[in-house]
Ligand binder design. Sequence first.
Ligand SMILES: Cc1ncc(COP(=O)(O)O)c(C=O)c1O
Length: 397
Amino acid sequence: MPKPITDLIHHPYTPPPNFGAPQPGVYKASTVFFRDVDAMRARDWKTKQGYTYGLHGTPTTFTLEERLATLEGATGCLLVPSGLASIALVSFALLKQGDEVLIPDNAYGPNKALAQGELANFGITHRFYDAMNPDDLAAKLSDRTKLVWLEAAGSVTMEFPDLPALASLCRARGIVTVLDNTWGAGLAFRPFDFNGTGQGVDVSVHALTKYPSGGGDVLMGSVATCDERLHGALKLTHMRMGYGVGVGDVETLLRSLPSIELRYAAHDRSARKLADWLEGREEIAQVLHPALPNSPGHANWLRLCGATDLAAGLFSVVFDERFSSDQVDRFCNGLSLFKLGYSWGGPISLVVPYDIGLMRDPGVATWPHKGTLVRFSIGLEDVEDLRGDLEQALSTL
Ligand SMILES: Cc1ncc(COP(=O)(O)O)c(C=O)c1O
């Protein structure tokens, strides 16, 4: 059977007659015409049997949805205007007043903020759990828990949880699991069957902004699932909330997707070399990169991603506590190839200093480090040039 990346490139898209070409056609429309009133009344926006209105899909958005489903091993996929919008769509579609949602304390921050803000306003409660401690999740599950978020690796701090253990706790109680799969990108591991175990998550959200785009120039998100009932619920809310995506961005993503595996592997190779090198530097107290044996959750990463040996292009370092946060800011300012900027997955390497104390719930788990944390997203530059840049900035400390 071909690998997903081959299926992604040789995708069963049907071009207009006599117009086979490497890229699919690009169609844009708000209005879609119907042959007659009967056809207008008969069209159903819920399936892909026909087109009703631009917001409900065009041949171009349907093609991207199908390719992303191929990438992640899903049967249904929806596009939204950003990765954060995909998180919001899941929450609004699958939660209602009186429900509780559980979110890892090291999750992507705006997911937690949405729970503390809008979801709380709608009467939906939340609890944060320690993703590295399945017992903590087990203790927090209740009859009101209707959704559990998972994220691997953890945002910024890069701990790799035991995803199969967390997911099976929820499955045993019939609770829906949603994975923020932006880091794994459908490449490091298979989210819906955890590499052939047949036991995966129920829903996967993906910030296409990162590796699928690969350019640092597109914002988009997706929500994928193998569960028809969940897909139907998500699609209904997607329609009601008026989520649409620009066809220019869809075209860019269709152009980028065929090279995602090559780019992901290249980001990963360089990130690992630099993380390894930084581990040997005396200025650094801890390197947080799931493929490094000293990093939290390395054994979990090995079990889930050992077969692909993939680990994205992100890692963080904790500086030795003798360096003040001002000094670490100066280190970041002193880099020249690394740019200061959020997001990740693009060709240009990025750096961001974080204050983890402000990001964690003090009641969940104690952050064990005193030094300042800096997160790197490794781009596609020559790795020795990047190492040289890190070295010169470290020398100013
Ligand atoms: C893990 C993760 N999920 C989701 C998002 C949100 O993506 P977007 O920037 O497209 O809203 C981000 C963005 O940084 C992220 O890091």
